[in-house]
Design a protein around this ligand. Structure first.
Ligand SMILES: [Zn+2]
Length: 72
């Protein structure tokens, strides 16, 4: 099951709508690196961002990617 992480979740304040999609954290890091380099002009993604990406990936249950339903 692929995991999806929005670029804006990784880069606070980023307004781009790019969504990283990968089967595992290594794929996500590769996609994030390519996106950061080509679209954000970064030489590479910093270690802190990779750590954040790992954290988001671990937290993410694909079944919870759907918009949350309001219980109230
Ligand atoms: Zn972006």
């Amino acid at each position: 099951m692929a995991t999806q992480i929005r670029c804006a979740e990784l880069m606070p304040g980023c307004r781009c709508t790019f969504v990283l999609i990968g089967e595992n954290v290594d794929e996500l890091i590769a996609v994030a690196t390519g996106h950061a380099v080509s679209d954000h002009g970064m030489p590479a993604i910093p270690p802190a961002m990779i750590a954040k990406l790992r954290g988001l990936t671990e937290d993410r249950d694909p079944s919870k990617c759907l918009p949350r339903q309001r219980s109230a």
